[in-house]
Structures are given as structure tokens and as C-alpha cells.
Design a protein around this ligand. Structure first.
Ligand code: CP
Length: 526
């Protein structure tokens, strides 16, 4: 089969790496594959059928369903299937993941890597680093599929969950009402619902978890921002008494071991709050179905085993759907499938780099910028540094500008009143004899002190004035780092991934690998 489809070489690190149209297309394709296989018809038209196409499974953390469904899906396709053995590989000799993957790329004409690791954002890093290597070495760029990265995302699980919900609703995507039950604090599969449920036009979500295990506010906000109706309950008893119970329940395993000593004496009470009991059966809506990404805790399952043989059991079929959805994903990533996709593709991230604007200069006769011992006659004055921020932050910002831009020169700086009000302050840094700032330094200055102005002074007059806005991206600094310890970019992980952030709010920056959001000041290490 020709492999020229539009998804060829696509990396799926997060659910949002597929547009809504692409997600719907995936579900339609998985539906066709499942129907064909289940009805015993010939599924050949869905196969990659290329022994030279390599699917490499790299599972550095435990897995049963994800690893085995991907392995079986790759076998279905008739491609070369490899399992990476971390225990006996050069990982034990401290080799980086990106070095190992670059080497594996050379063993086949084209590859797809499926990765489960504790390192968050690893697929994005490999897509960039191995992608650059492949371009220079003449290999087609591999696809990287995230099979679960720490607490970050598990997008292929989300796709199979949504496929299962659609199946339950007979393909009707007009409305869904579901309950998310269990450990909503730790469960990455329930966090992904904020994105994945967006394929339905109307969404009502009931969150059922004791306060200690409740959904982190960032995901609740995302759900509300997406137009979902969201209601919260602290226990199943409270929920069942509400009178408006969802017919679809999605459970997650309790991960109390992650919470340490502070919950040990409350563990039984937390479990009780979300564990289903026989007396609750009569309060469920007719035709209700329970789902669970599994594994289920064999000692204390929140879905007890007495439910296994009842029509309520949707979790076994859900887990089997992983096979069909992953057949579809591998077929798309190889380029063998997807040729008839006609919807809106995912737009790549674009950064508006033009954050330096030239401002008008007001002519004045008297010398300007009388900062320091004497006015600057020729040089540069950086004004409005951290204007309006607390005085301590203004001093810190002045210090950062000097240290990051290497301004160890004759100069002066200070914190002064701003014209904006009696209690409003700003920093000013005057640099006599420095007559030019190149674009790279301007970018750096904008990143350190957004909102400042840079004045070029000649013969005691402002010749040019530039305003520097908050840049859309901050990268290329030794002095920045993501504060998520599990992020692939943390130096401790020795992957060589440089810290990079994109602006996602007025003073908010999000890590380009692991999606951790930071306040502007938090990204700096100075
Ligand atoms: N649902 C899920 O990811 O299961 P595994 O950990 O067994 O892959």
C-alpha cells in the first residue's frame, strides 16, 4: 500500500495534537476497522503491509493494555515490530533516550515509536531532536506516539475512551452526560476529558470525588471554558441523591500511595466515598454503563467484581477497543491510511515574533534621562523596567538585565517614581557609551523586562525609542527552566532538551514539552 496519507510522520504527544475533525475521522476509521474485523470480512485494505515499516515499542514504565494492544495492532499491520528492552539496553550505561532513538531510526527505512515513560513531554522533545537528526541524515521523520508520560497525558487512551462513548451513544455526537468518579486529582485520563469530550456538541460532566481527590481547578476551568456544564459531588451517596444521575460513569483507580502519610488514616473513608455498593443499583438510570481505563485494584476495586457479569460492565469492551483505535492510529501515522481525510487539519503553533515596536520621540530641549551622577549624553537608557510591579521585583529585574545581558560596564540604575501614580514605581538603567543593541539582545531584554522602553541617546537627545512587549516565546536562555521535576527538559534528566516556553496569558508561560503553566517570574533561575 502507498504511504502518502496526510498523517504520515505525525507525532501525537497530547490529545490536542489532532484537530477535532481529525479526532472524528480517527473514530470513523476505527469504527470501520472494528466492524470489518468483527464481521469476519477481509481487513486487508486497512493494513500497512510493509515489512520495512518499523513500529518500536519503548515502555520504560509498566503497562499491560497499552503495550499489548499496540503490539497486536502493529502485528495486524504486518510491519516490523520491535520491543525495546530497557533492562538490558545501554540505558543501564546512562545513555539518553534521544541518542537511543536516533540509533534505532537507522535500523529501518521508516519508523513509528510508541513511548511510555515517566518523563513528561518526551514525545515533543524527540519529535524536535530526532526530527532534526533525520532531516540531516536523510531519513523520513518518524512518528512518536505518547503511550503515557508521567502525570502529563495518555492521548491514545483518551481516543479509545471517546470512541467507546460514541459507540455507546450509537455514533450520536450531539450530547453526552457522564460522571467522572474516583481519584480525579491524579488520574491523567480524567484530566484529558477536558479536551477529548470536545467532540460532543453539548457536554455535562458530574465530578464525584472527595475533596482530597477532587479534579484540579485548572481542568475544571478548561471544561467550563469549553462550554461544558460541570457539577461536583463529594461521594457516590451525595451524587445518587442529587436526582440527576448520568447514564455513563467513568471510574479511575485511587492512587493514594502518591499522597503519602497524610491520607493513610483516611484511606478507607476516601475509598468508601467512591466505591459502588449493591444497594446503589436501583438508583442508576436504565441502561447505565460503567467504564474504567483499568487496571483495577484487585484488593479494593472501586468497581467491585460482583458487577463484572452485568450489562453495566462497559470496561472490558472499552479495553478491547484499544486494539482497533491503535490499529487506526498506526495506519494514520505510517501514511497508509487517511488519504480520504477532508476536514480541517491541526494548525501548527505559530509565534508572532514582532514584539519590538518603534515609538514616537517627543522633541525636548533639555537633556533627558538624568539618571545617575550625570545625564547620559550618548548611550542607551532602558526605562519603565518592571513598571508598576513591587519594588523588590523591580530591583530583581534590573539585576537580571545586567547579569543576562552581561552589562558589566560603567553605568547606573535605580528604582524611581513612575508618572502613572504616586505609589507606582519603575526601574531605569542608563548605559553611557553603549550605542547599539542587536536584535538578539532586544529579544532577550523583552523577555526579561517586558513593557520596558529602550532609548538611544545622541547629543543628550532621544534619537530612537523602542517599546518591548511580552514576547510570545521565551527560549535560548541558560537562566530559564521548567519547574516540573518530571519534565524532560530538567537538566537532571540529561536529555539535552533546552527549556522553552510559550506565552499563554498576560504573564503566564507554558512549557513547550510538558505543558506546565508558570508565572512569568517563575521561569527564571536567577
Ligand atoms: N489503561 C492503561 O493505560 O493500562 P496499562 O497501564 O495496562 O497500559
Amino acid at each position: 500500500m502507498e504511504r502518502t496519507g496526510p498523517f504520515r510522520g505525525r507525532t501525537i504527544a497530547v490529545v490536542d495534537d489532532l484537530s477535532r475533525d481529525e479526532q472524528r475521522y480517527l473514530y470513523g476509521l476505527a469504527r470501520q476497522i472494528k466492524d470489518t474485523i468483527r464481521s469476519g470480512r477481509d481487513p486487508s485494505r486497512f493494513r500497512i503491509s510493509d515489512r520495512d515499516y518499523q513500529v518500536y515499542l519503548i515502555f520504560l514504565e509498566n503497562s499491560t493494555r497499552t503495550r499489548e494492544s499496540f503490539r497486536n495492532a502493529a502485528e495486524f499491520h504486518g510491519c516490523r515490530v520491535n520491543m525495546f528492552d530497557a533492562a538490558t539496553s545501554s540505558f543501564a550505561k546512562n545513555e539518553s533516550l534521544s541518542d537511543a532513538v536516533k540509533m534505532l531510526v537507522g535500523y529501518a527505512p521508516e519508523s513509528c515509536f510508541v513511548l511510555r515513560t515517566g518523563l513528561e513531554g518526551v514525545c515533543r522533545w524527540l519529535d524536535a531532536s530526532v526530527g532534526a537528526y533525520c532531516e540531516s541524515a536523510g531519513f523520513p521523520k518518524p512518528a512518536f506516539l505518547n503511550a503515557g508520560d508521567g502525570k502529563h497525558e495518555h492521548p491514545t487512551q483518551e481516543f479509545l475512551d471517546e470512541f467507546t462513548f460514541l459507540e455507546h451513544l450509537g455514533g450520536d455526537d450531539s450530547r453526552i452526560h457522564l460522571a467522572l468518579v474516583g481519584d480525579l486529582w491524579h488520574g491523567r485520563t480524567v484530566h484529558s476529558k477536558a479536551e477529548g469530550l470536545g467532540i460532543f456538541r453539548e457536554v455535562s460532566v458530574d465530578l464525584v470525588a472527595p475533596e482530597l481527590l477532587s479534579m484540579p481547578p485548572v481542568y475544571v476551568e478548561r471544561m467550563r471554558a469549553a462550554g461544558f456544564e460541570v457539577r461536583a459531588y463529594e461521594s457516590l451517596d451525595e451524587y445518587l441523591a442529587s436526582g440527576r444521575v448520568a447514564p455513563i460513569w467513568y471510574y479511575t483507580r485511587l492512587q493514594l500511595e502518591r499522597m503519602g502519610e497524610r491520607v493513610l488514616d483516611r484511606a478507607a473513608e476516601l475509598r468508601r466515598a467512591v466505591t459502588f455498593r449493591p444497594d446503589m443499583m436501583s438508583r442508576l438510570p436504565e441502561g447505565s454503563r460503567f467504564y474504567h481505563p483499568l487496571p483495577r485494584d484487585r484488593k479494593a476495586p472501586v468497581i467491585p467484581t460482583f458487577l463484572d457479569g452485568l450489562p453495566l460492565n462497559g470496561w472490558d469492551a472499552q479495553s478491547a477497543n484499544g486494539y482497533y483505535v491503535r490499529i487506526a492510529l498506526l495506519g494514520l501515522a505510517s501514511g497508509a491510511l487517511g488519504g480520504d481525510f477532508q476536514g480541517a487539519p491541526k494548525e501548527p503553533l505559530r509565534f508572532e515574533e514582532d514584539f519590538v515596536t518603534e515609538a514616537a520621540v517627543t522633541p525636548r530641549v533639555k537633556p533627558e534621562h538624568k539618571v545617575g551622577i550625570k545625564p547620559v549624553e550618548n548611550g542607551i537608557v532602558i526605562d519603565h523596567v518592571a513598571a508598576g510591579r513591587p519594588v523588590r521585583e523591580i530591583w530583581d529585574t534590573l539585576d537580571k538585565i545586567r547579569r543576562i545581558l552581561g552589562l558589566d560596564v560603567r553605568s547606573s540604575h535605580g528604582v524611581y517614581h513612575s508618572n502613572a501614580g504616586p505609589e507606582v514605581f519603575k526601574g531605569i538603567l542608563s548605559l553611557p557609551d553603549i550605542l547599539a543593541f542587536d536584535r538578539r539582545d532586544l529579544k532577550k531584554l523583552g523577555a526579561i523586562a517586558p513593557g520596558c522602553t529602550l532609548n538611544l541617546i545622541k547629543d543628550s537627545r532621544v534619537l530612537r525609542k523602542y517599546r518591548l512587549a511580552m514576547p510570545p516565546r521565551i527560549y535560548n536562555f541558560d537562566q530559564i527552566s521548567c519547574k516540573n521535576e518530571a519534565c524532560v527538559s530538567r537538566p537532571a534528566h540529561q536529555e539535552g532538551a533546552p527549556a522553552q516556553f510559550r506565552r499563554t496569558g498576560e504573564r503566564k508561560f507554558t512549557c513547550l514539552y510538558c505543558d506546565r503553566e508558570h508565572e512569568f517570574g517563575e521561569i527564571w533561575d536567577l
